[in-house]
Design a protein around this ligand. Structure first.
Ligand code: PLP
Ligand code: COI
Length: 337
């Protein structure tokens, strides 16, 4: 194994030893298979290639100071993959297959779990694709579920340092009654142009407004949004955003810390009233927001160069639970000895 500078690995693809696969054929799921190939043989008419029958998940495993590896909220990701599957008519991966495949992939690649104190973690990428051939627009009758893993650092290279976000009113990530609430590849394809423009202009990500009225905050390209004011943790309710498991966890932690939690529509003007704002997700953890630029309206909402006190407390508590230094009182971790 090469010598890895764990503190500076960033968020990118990295080859590890093994991946785990499971095929759905003839109306049933097969056994888990272990592979050391990065390639998948695929039929040229597979529905994933033509009609976007593809959903993925993202979760992380963390090594604690006790040497144990903890996988965060894996059942929640399993349920969300089932919901995504329903949304684009793919076969559901049973939760026990989801769980066993992830545990196997983590165990087989245990040497790739970054050491405690490096700030890095093991990113787990489950993927479900339609592999059966179709040329009419129809769901496949064969599927491949696979799990691969890689060590990662912060998604935004600044880590827990506040960065800038941008609102563009001429891009949508998802339609009002479309697939925004599912973790399907098409949403990410739809976000590439706006995301590229945002990066080129020096922003970490796009903050999307609702596509119907352009009045309310939806979410960021790769993460949910939250704002904090008057001891309240406020996060958008919307049919076109991904139900973030990090956000759900932060809402519980916020309640535990004594904040009130509001999940409701958040009007764009309300951005002016927040004391703190942040993006949250598995890859992003919490990425505090320094400022949001509403590019078409020529407005700026500024939150400051340093993380706010509640963002810091939420971040420290979440990471403490994930790394096993704070009691996991809601039973979120699956511990691998
Ligand atoms: N929103 C989008 C569009 C995402 O891709 C992600 C990443 O998974 C999130 C939100 C955050 O969700 P989670 O906290 O479950 O990772
Ligand atoms: C995640 O946070 O797991 C994501 O999937 C975000 C991004 C890498 C798409």
């Amino acid at each position: 194994m090469e010598n890895i500078d764990w503190k500076n690995i960033g968020f990118g693809y990295k080859k590890t030893e093994y991946n785990v696969r499971c095929y759905y054929r003839d109306g049933q799921w097969g056994e888990l298979e272990v592979s050391s190939s990065e390639m998948i043989p695929i039929h040229m008419a597979a529905t994933t290639l033509h009609y976007g029958q593809e959903a993925f998940e993202g979760l992380k495993a963390f090594k604690g100071p006790d040497g144990k590896v903890r996988i965060f909220r894996l059942e929640e990701n399993g349920k969300r993959l089932q919901s995504s599957s329903d949304g684009i008519m793919m076969e559901r991966v049973p939760l026990d297959i989801f769980k066993n495949a992830i545990i196997k992939a983590v165990e087989l690649n245990s040497k790739w779990v970054p050491p405690y104190g490096s700030g890095a973690s093991l990113y787990i990428r489950p993927l479900l694709i339609g592999t059966g051939p179709q040329i009419g627009v129809k769901p496949a009758d064969e599927y491949l579920f696979m799990v691969f893993v890689m060590p990662v650092g912060p998604y935004f290279k600044e880590g827990f340092k506040p960065t800038d976000y941008v609102i563009y009113r001429h891009f949508d990530r998802a339609a009002p009654q479309g697939t925004g609430k599912y973790k399907v590849g098409g949403n990410y394809a739809a976000s590439l142009v706006a995301g590229h423009k945002a990066h080129a202009e020096g922003y970490s990500a796009v903050l999307y407004l609702d596509s119907r009225e352009k009045k309310y905050i939806d979410e960021c390209g790769p993460a949910n949004f939250f704002g904090i004011k008057d001891n309240k943790f406020i996060t958008p309710e919307s049919d076109s955003i991904l139900p973030s498991i990090t956000n759900k966890s932060l809402q519980q932690i916020a309640t535990d810390l004594g904040l009130e939690v509001e999940r409701r529509r958040v009007a764009v003007e309300e951005l002016a009233t927040f004391e703190e704002a942040g993006a949250c997700g598995t890859a992003a953890v919490i990425s505090p927001i320094r400022k949001i630029v509403d590019a078409d309206e020529n407005l700026e909402y500024v939150y400051g160069d340093d993380p706010g006190k509640w963002s810091l407390k939420l971040y420290e508590t979440l990471q403490g639970i994930q790394y096993g230094t704070i009691e996991d009182k809601h039973n979120w971790n699956t511990v691998i000895e």
